[in-house]
Design a protein around this ligand. Structure first.
Ligand code: PMP
Length: 442
């Protein structure tokens, strides 16, 4: 094969597409909120890579911690012995996560963390003598991962069933609390958050003692940064408790400060039974994820001498990845980046509202902390969306890149920069978005 003509499988929305290197910018370096490509062009990274570089690019402390651990011990015998970084990281996660979330199962990415959560939920019920509780309820439009279990519980069927079906049986979906396009044609607050009561209706219809878990993101990124009404998550917690169903909150994107609190569920004081974590756990410096369970779940498994989770992953808790996560969490806390996300996020949202008042293509502005989106419409009155992968959206993304911003857009333009972003960088970012939207609307 000729030099430069090699093909890469790269991620492209909505499905994997074979593309050549020439189709993509090749990024070679990053510092803080900026990345540089092979041609020397520098961009503001408005998506933190893929919603994950929370502490910013180019953190030498993390690289050094990884090198130290790789030199000391790159791998331990996962089934017979633990390693120090894994023990330390589990302790840090037990401390950081709310309530009695305390027992940690490590894996290498968000899909595996979700897969583990689904299996733990089913095995938990089976160990309690209720093996018929196997169904999982997810929300429509959500995304929980690419493996079969996670994909089946993702509540997004378009472009999936036709290629990969039939999916895992017993996965059901309900509408998300997406007020801008409410599936029930209701309006908040008159609706009294009907969409969460719809979950209880579905549970009753299915017979609650057949349902293992409800899975949801506290703020759904894939749905378009859907921040639920205040009542939604507390009421979902009550519904799950009433019917003995486990609540899995997927904080793969929202965890580690992204929404201005360490975990998004803390905005509503809701403690899930199982929390899934990945991305910001290492800020992308190493592939690592965690599934954190509440004490009563761990008790059913009976700890180290009891029933093992029927699931072992070679790279779960790999010590170099744990060392990266520890160094990353140290920076996150030492530099008060969660507080910075809260403050800069509020400022970013105010700038985005200002843009919306001047740009007719912006139908809605949503966000919490540094997890924001502009929903783009061809007509505000009809709320007609742009085709997800259409030429208009491609044009907008190219215009943004030309002006120095890399991000992602489908029906929404996503803005989720690293948590170390400063006010002047938000001014620069929103200034560029302003100019790009003016071109887009010409
Ligand atoms: N859960 C959520 C909420 C996600 O957004 C993603 C990926 N973006 C995943 C799970 C899967 O994570 P991964 O790509 O690391 O497997």
């Amino acid at each position: 094969m000729q030099a430069g003509a090699s093909h890469l499988w790269l991620h492209a929305s909505p499905i994997q597409t074979l593309v050549t290197q020439a189709d993509r910018r090749i990024l070679v370096e990053g510092r803080g909120c900026r990345v540089t490509d092979a041609q020397g062009h520098t961009y503001l990274d408005a998506l933190s890579g893929q919603w994950l570089v929370n502490v910013g690019h180019g953190r030498a402390e993390i690289a050094e911690a990884m090198a130290r651990q790789a030199k000391a011990l790159a791998y331990g015998n996962a089934s017979r012995a633990a390693t120090l970084p894994a023990i330390q990281l589990a302790a840090v996660l037990a401390h950081l996560t709310p309530g009695d979330l305390s027992t940690v199962f490590f894996s290498s990415g968000g899909s595996e963390a979700v897969e583990s959560a689904l299996k733990i939920a089913r095995q938990y019920h089976a160990l309690r003598g209720e093996p018929e509780r196997y169904k999982v309820i997810a929300r429509r439009g959500s995304y929980h991962g690419a493996t079969y279990g996670a994909m089946s519980a993702s509540g997004s069927r378009s472009g999936v069933d036709s290629y990969f079906g039939p999916l895992l049986s017993g996965t059901l979906s309900v509408s998300a609390p997406y007020c801008y396009r409410c599936d029930y044609r209701k309006t908040y607050p008159e609706c009294d958050v009907y969409c969460v009561d719809a979950i209880e209706d579905l549970l009753r219809y299915e017979s609650p003692n057949t349902v293992a878990a409800v899975i949801a993101e506290p703020v759904s990124a894939a749905c378009g940064i859907v921040v639920p009404p205040a009542e939604y998550l507390p009421r979902l917690r009550e519904i799950c408790d009433r019917h003995g169903v486990l609540l899995i909150l997927d904080e793969v994107i929202t965890g580690f400060g992204r929404t201005g609190k360490m975990f998004a569920s803390e905005h509503w004081d809701v403690v899930p039974d199982i929390m899934t974590l990945a991305k910001g756990l290492s800020s992308g410096y190493a592939p690592i994820a965690a599934t954190v369970c509440r004490q009563p779940i761990a008790d059913i498994f009976g700890g180290a001498n009891g029933k093992a989770i029927g699931h072992l992953l070679t790279f779960g808790g790999q010590p170099v990845a744990c060392a990266a996560a520890l160094a990353n969490l140290d920076i996150l806390q030492r530099e008060n980046l969660v507080r910075n996300a809260e403050q800069q996020g509020a400022y970013l949202l105010s700038r985005l509202h200002d843009l919306a008042s001047r740009h007719p293509s912006v139908g809605d502005v949503r966000g919490l902390g540094l997890l924001c989106a502009l929903e783009l419409v061809t007509d505000r009155r009809t709320q007609q969306p742009f085709p997800v992968d259409g030429p208009e959206i491609h044009y907008l993304l190219e215009k943004l890149a030309e002006l120095g911003v890399l991000t992602r857009a489908e029906g929404n333009l996503y803005l989720a920069p690293p948590l170390c972003i400063e006010r002047h960088e938000i001014d620069e970012l929103t200034g560029i978005v302003d100019t790009a939207l003016s071109h887009f609307e010409e």
